[in-house]
Design a protein around this ligand. Structure first.
Ligand code: BYC
Ligand code: FE
Ligand code: FE
Ligand code: FE
Length: 471
């Protein structure tokens, strides 16, 4: 169970390690200052109907109540330790999982933990103004739930840095609050986390596509031979599920509203009716999917091979895969660019691990798109949302220097320039979407015109529930 009597709630018996406890208690006010400055704007007095974990088992989430966000019980929650857990892959496969950081993997582990940790506060920074234009109290509450949990994910990584990486770890924990999303001097580490999240369509696309990268990265770190990292990530994944739910249902509700209006008014031009047309939804999808694909790194990566061989970062659901979990003799086909064409080639499976994880991610992304298309189909509208080709609009990896259409055709610079405005949101599209985001809708049970209400309330609350009380 989680001990909430402590200043820092935890289930790691923090009070038995005074040095660590004091170090984290010194970091805590800096975190709160950061939240005040760069967390959700102007919200410190709001009472928000939030869920707080009371334990890390399956029933630990049943706890809902009104909380002022600066008083949210951020803390350190690890999934329970598995007795006799072994390293599931790599050179050390079968050896006892590490409870301390092995010296030879120290810098690798630190780097992975820092990269992961950096994304969490970045997303809070990206989303800090969205409350002004929330389409409903229900959506506002979901935004805040995600924000406090991303804040807790930062705590999760900062705990590992403080507890296992000594002085370097403490310095890295400080730096997490010094880099900021979009800061020209001290940007966040990964590209997608320096983009803006300027409107709610972007927010729903981000939580569908980019939080899902989080799911896949966390799942492969959950396989890590470094047991505290594995246990931390396993609990984080239970929080991540809600973020992706918000994205999938958010986009789905916009699709539904658009289709209702198209049918009712027998028109494609729902912009005239104050809604978001399907073509614009497709462009936003193209953007967020391609930017999120970049987060998986290079298609062929010796870093990824080294992480795996060392036992620090595994594959998605590593223990469920039927092979030798060493991959020294296996190959994997990856797509690349050769003489201006997309060609597949077999490479050592170890070096293709980023690409393999990206493939797992793409398959998962496709499932939600199917569900969105069901909504369109049920409305009798001949339109299909599609994931663009993996080579489309990439900045990292083999396709970074190519121009590739959403269908996967290599095109000239001139073709790209002529078509980019049909494939990606234009300034005009973004301005239109922003123009829909008026003052926040704060009447219980009411929704902005461009989005349908959800199928059910949070924790089965009634339709007119007051999810946020403004004080
Ligand atoms: N941007 O060998 P490669 C989440 C660099 S989201 C900039 O492929 P590797 C969340 C790379 O650093 C999940 N640079 O690299 C979601 C390397 O540099 P060096 C976040 C990039 O090591 C929503 C070079 O290119 N979690 O949680 O395999 C809301 C060679 O590349 C990028 C993680 O990322 C890029 N996109 O990197 C809130 C997990 N990609 O060595 C939260 C931890 C590559 O040449 N990170 N580079 O200087 C990792 O597992 C790995 O570092 C990467 C791939 C997946 C990022
Ligand atoms: Fe997170
Ligand atoms: Fe998330
Ligand atoms: Fe995440």
């Amino acid at each position: 169970a989680i001990d909430y009597s402590e200043r820092i709630p935890n289930n790691v018996e923090l009070s038995s390690d005074r040095r660590l406890q004091r170090a984290l208690e010194a970091w805590q006010p800096r975190f709160l200052d950061w939240w005040k400055d760069l967390g959700p704007e102007g919200t410190s007095a709001y009472d928000v109907y939030l869920r707080t974990a009371i334990s890390t088992d399956a029933n630990g989430w049943a706890n809902f109540g009104y909380v002022k966000m600066p008083e949210y019980r951020w803390g350190i929650f690890l999934a329970d330790r598995e007795a006799d857990r072994v390293i599931p892959f790599g050179d050390n496969k079968g050896a006892a999982a590490w409870q301390e950081v092995p010296g030879e993997h120290r810098s690798t582990l630190r780097r992975l933990i820092v990269t992961q940790g950096d994304t969490e506060p970045a997303s809070v920074e990206q989303q800090r103004l969205l409350g002004r234009t929330a389409p409903s109290l229900y959506d506002l509450r979901n935004l805040f739930q995600i924000n406090v949990e991303e804040g807790r994910h930062l705590w999760a990584m900062v705990y590992l840095l403080h507890a296992y990486f000594g002085r370097d770890g403490r310095e890295e924990a400080e730096a997490m609050l010094e880099r900021h999303s979009g800061d020209p001097d001290k940007p966040r580490i990964l590209g997608a986390f320096n983009e803006q999240t300027p409107d709610w369509l972007s927010f729903f696309m981000f939580t569908y596509f980019t939080d899902r990268d989080g799911k896949y990265q966390l799942a492969s770190l959950a396989e890590s031979g470094f047991d505290p990292l594995s246990r931390t990530c396993r609990f984080m994944l239970t929080e991540e599920a809600h973020h992706m739910f918000v994205g999938e249902t958010g986009v789905g509700r916009i699709v539904q509203r658009t289709c209702e209006l198209m049918r009712e008014h027998k028109t494609d031009d729902v912009r005239a009716l104050g809604a978001i047309d399907l073509a614009t939804l497709q462009k936003y999808l193209n953007f967020h999917f391609s930017v999120s694909l970049d987060l998986f790194g290079q298609e062929a990566s010796t870093n990824a091979a080294n992480y795996y061989t060392a036992g620090v970062k595994g594959r998605f659901l590593e223990t469920k895969i039927a092979d030798d979990h060493k991959l020294t003799d296996a190959t994997y086909d990856i797509l690349g660019l050769q003489d201006g064409a997309l060609v597949s080639r077999a490479v050592p499976a170890l070096s293709a691990l980023n690409e393999r994880l990206r493939q797992d991610y793409i398959d998962d992304c496709a499932r939600g798109v199917l569900r969105w298309n069901k909504v369109i189909e049920r409305a009798g509208i001949p339109f299909e949302l599609k994931l663009p080709h993996r080579a489309f609009n990439r900045r990292i990896g083999a396709f970074a220097d190519a121009r590739v259409s959403p269908e996967g055709k290599v095109v000239s610079e001139a073709d790209w320039a002529a078509n980019a405005g049909m494939w990606l949101p234009t300034d005009e599209d973004r301005a239109y979407v922003r123009s829909l985001m008026g003052a926040a809708v704060i009447e219980p049970g009411k929704y902005a015109h461009w989005i349908a209400p959800p199928a059910r309330g949070i924790n089965n609350q009634p339709a007119d529930f007051q999810y946020v009380r403004f004080n």
